[in-house]
Design a protein around this ligand. Structure first.
Ligand SMILES: Nc1ncnc2c1ncn2[C@@H]1O[C@H](COP(=O)(O)OP(=O)(O)O)[C@@H](O)[C@H]1O
Ligand SMILES: [Mg+2]
Length: 328
């Protein structure tokens, strides 16, 4: 008999604690698992990336996963998102057959295994997401003054955020004995609220292991490590001054967070036993939930994105002239 695990109603960044807890239950122990999805009402890209990562990790250790009780709408949606690759569905709604004919702009769950894939994936995912936004024409002529199209302006901050988060997940997360870690990413635009959501989940060493021993880390706790990582110029790469040309300048997470906040949004970062929500509650995950790795949700308002120049949000180097922020 497989053990049965029931999914909560919400698999999302806003219910990060429940999402991490159920993924932990799925990964615990051994043998086959039956996932009861009858209570599931809503999953966002964070929840999808968490569930997709968990299912793939179970498959990697040859544990059988069956899903039952999914309603037709959720089955179609999650199926389109490729969450169920290799997962057997029993007693669920029919699989989606109109994969490319969808009103919502969602980008399928994608797994990356090597840092060489990052640039292309960030480019492809950002363009796919923005290309699906209603009212955006990728072929619109560029603005005469700036040379940019609206499409370019929406793509740029999303592409930056994705490449920073994916790069972190395929470099830092692979230290300390986690050389085989992967990263899962999903994204979606919600037309009725105008919100864009990204979910980036890795199963690597976690932020605390990466920053252990860093002078900015006063206590060896997951939450402190997340807060330290968000500070400008805090990096596990200790030779920042020697390495001015390096991409690892300790500003990737800081700038990604600034992008989300300037576009009226937030980051939710889960690593180990902690959750930090830049616009909400931070602390230990409820019920002793734990994620081995780092899981990040970015949420922002689409209308805020075209005004963002991410280069102006980059923290200045010490002693460097910093132009004033411009929000035209
Ligand atoms: N996915 C991750 N897994 C483990 N550690 C991470 C992850 N993302 C960020 N970190 C930690 O947070 C630090 C700060 O990240 P970031 O601001 O992107 O700077 P940088 O990548 O230049 O070091 C990293 O140096 C690393 O120690
Ligand atoms: Mg980085």
């Amino acid at each position: 008999m497989p053990k049965t695990i029931t999914l909560p109603p919400y698999l999302s960044a806003r219910s990060a604690d429940d999402t991490v807890a159920v993924c932990g239950l799925l990964l615990e122990g051994g043998g086959a698992v039956l996932v009861d999805a009858s209570r599931l009402k809503f999953a966002d890209p964070f929840g999808l990336a968490m569930l997709g990562a968990t299912f793939q990790m179970l498959r990697d250790v040859e544990r059988t996963v069956q899903v039952c009780g999914l309603g037709a709408a959720a089955a179609g949606y999650l199926g389109r998102m490729d969450v169920f690759e290799g997962v057997e569905r029993v007693d669920c709604g029919p699989p989606a057959n109109q994969r490319h004919n969808r009103g919502d702009s969602l980008v399928e769950l994608t797994r990356l295994d090597t840092p060489q894939e990052v640039d292309q994936a960030a480019y492809r995912l950002a363009h796919a997401l923005v290309g699906h936004l209603p009212g955006i024409d990728p072929d619109e002529p560029p603005d005469e003054m700036s040379g940019y199209t609206t499409f370019d302006r929406l793509v740029e901050p999303i592409q930056y955020a994705l490449s920073e988060l994916l790069e972190n997940a395929l470099t830092h997360a692979r230290g300390h004995g986690f050389a085989h870690a992967s990263v899962w990413v999903a994204s979606q635009h919600y037309p009725s609220s105008g919100i864009i959501r990204l979910g980036v989940v890795d199963n690597g060493c976690g932020i605390l292991a990466s920053l252990r021993g860093h002078p900015e880390l006063k206590h060896e706790r997951h939450l402190e490590a997340i807060l330290a990582a968000l500070q400008p110029r805090v990096s596990c790469n200790r030779d920042l001054r020697l390495n001015l040309e390096s991409v690892n300048q300790g500003v990737g997470l800081t700038t990604t967070c600034r992008i989300a906040e300037h576009a009226g949004g937030r980051l939710v970062i889960v690593s180990g036993d902690a959750r930090h929500d830049t616009a909400g509650k931070s602390g230990e995950l409820a019920g002793h939930a734990y994620w081995q790795g780092t899981a990040i949700a970015l949420e922002c308002r689409r209308v805020g994105l075209p005004d963002i120049r991410y280069r102006e949000l980059l923290p200045a180097y010490e002693g460097q002239y910093r132009p004033g922020l411009r929000f035209e």
